[in-house]
Design a protein around this ligand. Structure first.
Ligand SMILES: [Zn+2]
Length: 132
């Protein structure tokens, strides 16, 4: 159950420490006012643990883009059975550009939730979620 709560909090872009506050403000596709919050609005957790901490998220984003490109290419091959390189290039590029705001957010969240052993969920916030 705790694993499910962690995945749900990650999908909802919640703070990894309290799972209540939001990590990002604004919509991922908003042209303005979209950013990573510096601190959690609920528990005050500082998201960027050290200067340049989120640079590591670029590597995660890179792997996400590769996976999306391979999956898109495979789907094009299965659906269209085309040998046109332009069909593959334009579709993969379009999908990659369309998903880049999502990749930006979830690469940072994966870094916070899965690849940062110093960040632990504090169970004292569990009552505030109404889970018990
Ligand atoms: Zn928090």
């Amino acid at each position: 159950m705790a694993k499910f709560d962690k995945i749900k909090a990650l999908i909802d872009c919640r703070c990894p420490h309290c799972r209540i506050g939001k990590v990002f403000s604004g919509s991922p596709y908003a042209l303005r006012k979209r950013r990573t919050n510096q601190i959690c609005s609920h528990c005050g957790f500082f998201f960027e643990l050290e200067p340049g901490y989120f640079y590591a998220a670029m590597y995660i984003s890179y792997f996400m883009i590769i996976a999306e490109g391979v999956l898109t290419g495979w789907l094009i091959f299965e659906i269209a059975r085309s040998e046109s390189i332009w069909l593959y290039l334009t579709t993969i590029l379009s999908v990659t550009l369309f998903l880049s705001p999502i990749n930006f957010r979830y690469s940072r969240l994966i870094l916070l939730y899965c690849l940062s052993p110093k960040i632990k969920y504090d169970p004292k916030y569990k009552d505030e979620l109404g889970l018990k």
